[in-house]
Design a protein around this ligand. Structure first.
Ligand code: PMT
Length: 406
């Protein structure tokens, strides 16, 4: 299972802002991912949402008062702090940010955050003028200097009618930040370039040559690399997927556009993973108007597109270059031919045309072939888990290269 939230103990602090109701949705995202959630609410938060909702959804009583509640008091702030893997405060008001940045501990949430050693994510949400107030900004910067992660609010129309920064990001964005907090940063310092999705090679204004790649494999590779601390660029063909959080996304349509975008980024990349299903062929000419179906049969001639990864392989120095091979037969033979022809360090060969592997599925089954002749068959797994394994293998290749150059 690849979700970093699974089986983690997350403490959710809820403060008194209009966005407090969104903390309920966030709690549900965490629970669906298999995390165990404890909730602490400030007095003001309870004026917006009742603790019963959080209690019902988390399966635990909610901590609302310093004194007088029964469960494991009076050392609850210590016990919860010791078992917490991460803390997230949603919405974080100017008041909680001010108290936290000055070390004040006068309610359950501020007492708890002073005791905790797990990473903390603070998600400010408030009126734009409050948010832009110099005192609030100074307090946020102070939190950041102490190692607390602050997810800056989005800009838009606020509940009070004003416009500007102050909106709470959506709950999936917040959950992704928490996942990132939970991951080891073993790709820190790496610049990772990933390609994803299909390309479309137009025949005329309404038709194109393409393939069924959904982009799922490439997008999860980009997300995992970013969670593990890399700076990530994603060059994506047309997909319906949302941009992964914190990743530079360049959207393209054709193989030629993908080539140009990859070449602009590749020189700076330390790791390149080519998961895109790039069309090998494109129509030799593009018709300005819709081609009549009778003419199509006679006139559709094709020419080869540029082999992007082959060009990368020819110009490679100390980069790690990973390709995928989409095969319907002779997996090993075809994958090994591509590995050597394209000068790859590693190729992940997947059988396509199966419901649970290759195009469109959430899972994939690949065999890995290395430049030094090693190979290993991996079991069927979730594409997120496969992305984790692939980056572990890339780090292994880097370590071997570093040891060899000592
Ligand atoms: O997107 P999903 O629905 O999640 O599906 C994932 C996937 C099946 C698309 C992915 O796992 C995969 O196999 N991607 C590579 C598909 C492919 O184009 O394979 P290939 O064997 O034709 O190409 C070999 C390698 O050369 C690939 O790394 C490819 O990106 C690259 N290539 C191919 C053609 C070309 N003109 N330029 C290239 O760089």
């Amino acid at each position: 299972m690849s979700d970093p939230l699974k089986d983690k103990n997350i403490v959710l602090g809820v403060c008194g802002g209009i966005a407090a109701y969104k903390a309920v949705d966030l709690l549900r995202v965490f629970v669906r991912a298999g995390a165990h959630i404890r909730v602490i609410m400030t007095g003001a938060a309870q004026a917006f949402v009742g603790p019963t909702t959080f209690q019902a959804l988390s399966g635990h009583s909610v901590w609302t008062q310093m004194f007088g509640e029964q469960e494991d008091a009076p050392f609850r702030h210590i016990a919860w702090a010791e078992e917490a893997d991460a803390v997230v405060i949603v919405p974080a008001t100017a008041n909680i940010i001010g108290k936290m940045s000055h070390g004040i501990a006068d309610d359950p949430l501020t007492t708890f955050v002073l005791s905790v050693r797990a990473p903390i994510l603070v998600c400010p949400s408030m009126n734009v003028h409050m948010y832009e107030n110099r005192l609030v900004q100074d307090n946020i910067e102070k939190l950041e200097r102490t190692g607390i992660k602050v997810l800056r609010p989005e800009t838009g129309l606020l509940a009070c009618g004003d416009e500007g920064p102050g909106r709470l990001p959506d709950v999936e964005t917040i959950a992704e930040e928490v996942r990132s907090l939970l991951c080891p940063k073993d790709l820190a310092g790496e610049r990772v370039l990933v390609t994803a999705g299909p390309t479309q090679e137009p025949i005329d204004p309404v038709r194109f040559i393409s393939n069924p790649s959904s982009g799922k494999m490439g997008y999860v590779l980009a997300r995992v690399a970013r969670r593990r601390g890399a700076e990530v660029s994603l060059v994506s063909g047309p997909t319906v997927l949302a941009d992964p959080q914190g990743v530079i996304v360049i959207r393209v349509r054709t193989a030629e556009e993908m080539y140009n975008a990859v070449m602009e980024t590749a020189a700076k990349a330390t790791i390149i993973v080519m998961a895109a299903a790039v069309s090998d062929w494109r129509p030799a000419s593009l018709s300005e108007h819709k081609v009549k179906k009778e003419e199509m049969v006679q006139d559709l001639s094709l020419e080869q597109t540029v082999d992007i990864v082959r060009v990368l392989g020819e110009n490679k120095n100390r980069q790690i270059l990973v390709g995928f091979a989409a095969e319907t037969r002779d997996l090993e033979k075809n994958a090994c031919a591509k590995l050597s022809a394209k000068n790859l360090d590693l190729i992940a060969a997947n059988l396509v045309g199966h419901a649970d592997s290759g195009f469109g599925s959430d899972t994939n089954q690949v065999s890995l072939f290395y430049q030094d002749g090693r190979n290993e068959a991996l079991p069927l797994m979730d594409k997120g888990a496969l992305a984790e394994v692939l980056f572990n293998k890339v780090l292994g290749i880097k370590r071997r290269a570093d040891d060899g150059s000592d």
